[in-house]
Design a protein around this ligand. Structure first.
Ligand SMILES: Cc1cc2nc3c(=O)[nH]c(=O)nc-3n(C[C@H](O)[C@H](O)[C@H](O)COP(=O)(O)O)c2cc1C
Length: 331
């Protein structure tokens, strides 16, 4: 019998979270509607989409709204990216004033448009700058600061342990590691075992991330990495209930079935309503297409559902389509 306690409270600086399961930041995806749903299914914490520091400092309205939070999803970690220590620190201060309970600094984004400006994963190539940014942000805010990194830039420059240690020295309260290098982008398999070295090198909590798709992955990742918690991104798309299933499995060792189809319908509909409430029309309608498409994956007639969905123009049309699609699953 294993003695590892997989499910635990997580302490991040002065903050105490009910559990160690975290919704990953995903640009264009982890908005307030998805974060609220994930929290309602048991995620201990959610992280905002990444927000450009420059845009926050320039008072860009869309960026400011991305950093806003509400009581129901408290505490929220707001993730910012940038490469200028003054600007990142100012963006952190603004995010704190908008309600962020944690400031997360993106040091793992592999996208060309981000790394060409020295931000995201490019920061891992400049350890001195990375340290300066962490130092400035920690001094600029009173909430805990975390960083999200990859293993390194490529397999010849694996430096996550050094960066994590520097983060701890400069006052960061948590490190999340996506167990791939920047060169890997999203290819290959996340190397959970590589996280153990980082965990052994620091005393602040370390969160493991990458390729956790189901409760068995969740337990295996915690076991292999020795991490204090896990962060899940793509696995949650179209099935926010995954958090509840993981909680149940880590607690009892038993599998919990996916919700009955009528409950899946209610959850998808709730998600749709949240999106419309939050974004209004037409943006809410447009953004709902990708989320509802994810819910339909693996269900009967999913491809046709997605095709019709992409031609809907009104809330009524989407609602009727959802009813027809989920009713057809039961026949
Ligand atoms: C569409 C998409 C958007 C993402 N956006 C962000 C982001 O804004 N900030 C960030 O740190 N990571 C971002 N990521 C990376 C995820 O947070 C996570 O590290 C990665 O997907 C691996 O975890 P997973 O296998 O559980 O999805 C994104 C990933 C995807 C697929």
């Amino acid at each position: 019998m294993s003695t590892i306690q997989y499910l635990r409270h997580l302490r991040i600086g002065t903050l105490s979270l009910p559990n160690n399961l975290i919704l990953a930041p995903m640009a264009g995806i982890t908005d307030y509607p998805l974060r609220s749903l994930a929290r309602s299914f048991g995620a201990g914490l959610a992280v905002s989409e990444m927000i450009a520091s420059q845009a926050l400092v320039r008072n860009n309205l869309r960026s400011l709204s991305m950093a806003r939070t509400a009581k129901e999803e408290s505490p929220l970690a707001v993730q910012i990216f940038g490469s200028d220590p003054d600007i990142v620190a100012e963006a952190a201060r603004i995010s704190e004033s908008l309600g962020a309970a944690i400031i997360d600094i993106n040091m793992g984004c592999p996208q060309r448009k981000v790394v060409k400006n020295g931000a995201g994963a490019a920061l891992m190539r400049d350890e001195a700058l990375t340290a300066r940014i962490i130092d400035r942000v920690v001094k600029a805010v009173s909430v805990p600061v975390s960083i999200k990194i990859r293993l390194g830039w490529n397999n010849k420059s694996i430096n996550a342990t050094r960066i994590a240690r520097a983060a701890q020295d400069f006052g960061a309260s948590l490190v999340t590691v996506h167990a791939r290098t920047r060169s890997q982008m999203f290819s290959g398999k996340a190397d959970w075992s590589a996280i153990r070295k980082i965990k052994d090198a620091v005393s602040i909590p370390v969160i493991a991330n990458g390729d956790i798709q189901d409760p068995v992955d969740a337990r295996l990742c915690l076991e292999i990495s020795g991490a204090d918690g896990i962060m899940i991104g793509r696995g949650v798309l179209g099935r926010p209930w995954l958090f509840g299933q993981i909680l149940h499995f880590l607690e009892t060792g038993k599998h919990q079935k996916s919700p009955a189809i009528e409950n899946q319908y209610s959850i998808a509909k709730r998600h749709f309503e949240y999106l419309i409430d939050f974004y209004g029309i037409p943006r809410g309608l447009l953004l709902s297409r990708r989320h509802l498409a994810w819910y339909s994956k693996g269900l009967r007639g999913g491809a046709l559902f997605r095709k019709v969905l992409n031609n809907t123009e009104t809330i009524n049309e989407v609602e009727e389509l959802l009813i027809r699609f989920y009713e057809a699953q039961q026949t």
